[in-house]
Design a binder for this molecule. Structure first.
Ligand SMILES: C[S@@+](CC[C@H](N)C(=O)[O-])C[C@H]1O[C@@H](n2cnc3c(N)ncnc32)[C@H](O)[C@@H]1O
Length: 457
């Protein structure tokens, strides 16, 4: 069975590489289509994410272990070596000799005796000699952090400049850890206590989350296979992401705009908080993603979501100015807060991408702000930790939109444990992954000033 897991892990890694697919999407698709036990699914997840997370460091070792480059047609062997080295160096669960044996069997089956010999030789050398000599070389190199934390040096340097050495190191370190699986209870259908009991009956060990009143943390078991999930009592979502809908704080009967809504995590959360009363208008640029929102809404039993395709920058072509009580801009971003779940992001995104994204973020925020009623609320959020995309965009907005002010009630809506991270006089929040073992998220909330009338939201 274990051999099977490694063969599947190899296929997932190759598909991610060949199709440039997002690791989480490719892996989830595979997890849904295999009948592995939940403990094996966890191991598969660990191997795939871990191998991508540590790619930099593993390749640094591989460079030194390989005597000559691997032929182009046999490039898949590199992925096999990477996932085997990841297990040998970073996973305690399986002894080295078993990892080597399985890798050699896969190389034999998929390649030939020569490749099996190559795999055997490299992995045995690593087993025999360890990494001490190679680590010494790394210490002498200039890209020290890139190798210790297995991330591009430019990104580490950027974090160091933005947050200081200590936070940059803590964040880089926490990104190498497995992310907890968390879910949101659908409060339109049930409550946290009942859901925890139902999950236990299905063999899923879970506990209450710390950050969100609807949050639960899955300790053991594969949630998507449960009846609780299928019946729409829960949605898989990170706890910091749940705080976004809290910042919007929609009320029953209101009309809400979610400008960048797919796959629907926050739209459905807001619709649940509204107890199905009122309306959430969910937009996304990509037609194929609208279906994802609709499917989630259906699974969760939410009838108050209207999803359609639209470029949020052109929202004024579809709606009258000041139509919505509250508007959420959960903007496209670099995703540097969710590296634990999408490790490929740290290898694929560049500094130029960050700059390009900030201009889209500004444009969407500007267009969306026109949709807010007097006295209404506008929330800007991202799943990144980059100041250029976060504080800078948020500050730019406020200085260019005097009709808005910080939402003075923002801190009250956030959990107590987080309040110390909110700076006095502002209503924004940067959550780093190492603060609460959650995704890195940024949230800023503004209120549109009233033009003489009473406060609305
Ligand atoms: C961070 S994701 C949104 C996640 C979503 N709010 C959730 O909670 O499930 C950003 C989304 O913005 C969409 N997007 C990108 N550019 C856009 C634009 N100009 N107008 C509308 N949506 C856009 C992307 O397709 C992507 O689905």
């Amino acid at each position: 069975m274990d051999n099977n897991i490694r063969a599947i892990a190899l296929d997932v890694l190759l598909k991610i590489e060949q199709n440039q697919a997002y690791s989480n999407l490719q892996l989830n698709q595979t997890l849904q289509n295999t009948n592995l036990k939940s403990v094996d699914k966890a191991l598969l997840t660990n191997i795939v994410y871990g191998t991508i997370q540590r790619k930099n460091t593993i390749d640094f070792y591989l460079d030194q272990l390989l005597n000559k480059p691997i032929k182009k047609k046999d490039r898949w062997v590199l992925s096999l070596l990477r996932l085997s080295i990841f297990q040998m160096l970073y996973l305690d669960r399986v002894p080295d000799h078993a990892i080597i044996h399985e890798a050699v069997e896969i190389a034999k089956e998929r390649g030939n005796q020569g490749l099996a010999g190559l795999v055997n030789g490299i992995l045995r050398k690593l087993q025999r000699e360890g990494t001490a000599a190679m680590d010494k070389k790394a210490e002498e190199g200039i890209e020290k952090e890139a190798l210790s934390y297995s991330m591009p040096q430019w990104l580490f340097d950027r974090w160091k400049e933005q947050f200081g050495q200590d936070d940059a190191e803590k964040m880089a370190q926490s990104n190498l850890l497995a992310s907890p699986v968390t879910a949101r209870v659908n409060t339109k259908k049930s409550n946290r206590k009942d859901v925890l009991e139902l999950l236990l009956e299905e063999g899923i060990v879970a506990e209450e989350g710390e950050l969100s009143p609807e949050g639960i943390i899955i300790k053991e078991g594969y949630l998507p296979a449960t009846e609780v999930y299928k019946q729409g009592l829960v949605t898989i979502q990170d706890e910091s992401s749940m705080l976004v809908a809290r910042a919007v704080s929609p009320e029953s009967g209101e009309t809400i705009l979610d400008t960048c809504a797919a796959p629907g995590g926050k739209s459905t959360h807001m619709a649940e908080l509204m107890q199905g009363e009122g309306k959430v208008v969910s937009l996304d640029l990509h037609a194929h993603k609208i279906d994802l929102i609709k499917r989630q809404a259906e699974r969760l039993g939410l009838e108050n979501i209207e999803a359609s395709v639209l470029d949020a920058r052109k929202v004024s072509e579809a709606f009258e100015t000041g139509t919505f009580d509250r508007v959420l801009v959960d903007a496209p971003c670099s995703g540097f807060g969710v590296i634990r779940k999408k490790p490929d992001l740290k290898w694929s995104k560049t500094e130029e991408d960050v700059t390009r994204l900030t201009s889209i973020q500004r444009d969407i925020l500007h267009a969306a702000s026109e949709m807010v009623k007097d006295g209404g609320l506008l929330v800007y959020s991202t799943c990144t930790v980059d100041k250029e995309e976060n504080d800078n965009v948020a500050d730019w907005f406020l200085s260019n939109h005097p009709e808005f002010e910080w939402d003075s009630q923002f801190a009250e809506k956030m959990p107590r444990s987080i309040k110390s991270y909110i700076i006095d006089g502002r209503s924004d929040l940067q959550i780093m992954p190492h603060y609460f073992n959650s995704d890195g998220f940024y949230i800023a909330a503004y209120r549109k000033k009233t033009t003489g009338g009473e406060k609305h939201a």
